[in-house]
Design a protein around this ligand. Structure first.
Ligand code: SF4
Length: 348
């Protein structure tokens, strides 16, 4: 069988007979299963653990699939958490740039897989400037610079200046490394009119935040938020946690009130099952609205999916027009398939 002719139904039925964490092994001689089954497993919240070729490149193959739990768990507890939502940004109006991938932290849920040891993959200033210029010329409205920790990019001041000369820019940061020295100079150089800072703060107290992001990180993030506010930046604060940890976030609104963060500048996000996170929201081109994302070495469907080879849109970040055209073609096909729906096959 291939996946479209009954195999998925057979697997789904068998999966319901095993427990979370148990493994199902599938034997197949059908090559297309090697491409289709991993995609299905990801969507269904299961994990493809191994693929063994018993025939020297021509099959048969044995695939081991671990039964997951993310879908069941999130649907069971989702009503308790009100994650931020909103209308999708029309394709081409928002652009993400990964300035770098290394970070002073190594958060348990980091979708980019960042850490102090991660390959920096620095985005050259010229690349960012060209991307911003092309983006603005095509009607782009908002550019977001993320990482890794962007303030660890040695030329962040120039990179953001080049971008914010074209369109408003938001820089996502953990706010822990710009208190003094050259990075403080970078911070102070940024335009207050054209640059917003988005700072991560997962909980009112240190408990959940430090558990997810490292001991002592909550106090430093608070200090960073206060500094950014003193320097007159517009500050947006984003919290990230699993649904089951919502209670541990505490009274975040009271903390943000005290810090002077406007209600419209508060964001709560779920963890995506990408990068360091082995559970969380499953990301696929069918489930997540496209948000074009450029790194130094490619283009991706969404900023939370830059470690996922299945969501790479192009092997080079520019020209942006090519990246956007590929994404528009995919969306067109998805919409056509959705409009077409399933065919009724009447037998009576
Ligand atoms: S989530 Fe942000 S702060 Fe944490 S490791 Fe990743 S890039 Fe660094």
């Amino acid at each position: 069988m291939d996946c479209g002719s009954g195999l998925l139904l057979a697997i789904t039925t068998r999966m319901r007979t095993i427990d979370e964490g148990q493994v199902m092994m599938l034997h197949t001689r059908e090559r297309s299963v090697l491409a289709d089954l991993p995609a299905w497993a990801k969507l269904a919240g299961h994990e493809l653990l191994a693929v063994v070729d018993r025939g020297g490149g021509s099959g048969p193959w044995e695939l081991s699939i671990g039964r997951g739990h993310s879908r069941q768990r999130s649907s069971a507890v989702a009503p308790e958490v009100e994650y931020s939502s909103g209308a999708p940004a029309p394709l081409g109006t928002r652009l993400w740039l990964y300035s770098n991938f290394h970070c002073n932290l190594s958060c348990t849920y980091c979708c980019a897989g960042s850490s102090p040891r991660a390959d920096a993959r620095l985005m050259p200033v010229e690349l960012a400037a060209s991307a911003a210029a092309e983006f603005a010329a095509q009607g782009g409205r908002e550019l977001l610079v993320t990482g890794g920790e962007p303030f660890m990019h040695p030329d962040l001041a120039d990179l953001v200046a080049a971008a914010s000369a074209q369109v408003p820019v938001t820089v996502l940061t953990n706010a822990m490394v710009f208190e003094r020295g050259r990075r403080r100079d970078t911070l102070e150089s940024l335009s207050r009119d054209a640059v917003t800072l988005q700072i991560s703060l997962d909980s009112a107290g240190p408990g959940l935040h430090d558990r997810q992001r490292g001991k002592g990180s909550h106090a430093k993030a608070l200090a960073g938020i206060r500094l950014a506010r003193e320097l007159d930046f517009r500050v947006r604060v984003a919290a990230t946690y699993f649904p089951q940890d919502a209670a541990d976030a505490g009274d975040l609104d009271s903390t943000l009130n005290a810090l002077g963060i406007a209600p419209e500048d508060r964001l709560i996000r779920p963890v995506a099952k990408e990068g360091h996170a082995d559970t969380g929201v499953t990301i696929s081109i069918d489930s997540i609205e496209p948000e074009p994302t450029l790194t130094a070495d490619g283009a991706w469907w969404h900023p939370v999916a830059v470690t996922n080879p299945h969501l790479k849109v192009a092997d080079t970040p520019l020209p942006l027009e090519h990246v956007l055209d590929v994404m528009r073609d995919v969306v067109t096909v998805q919409e056509a398939a959705g409009a077409q729906g399933r065919t009724v096959f009447r037998c009576t």
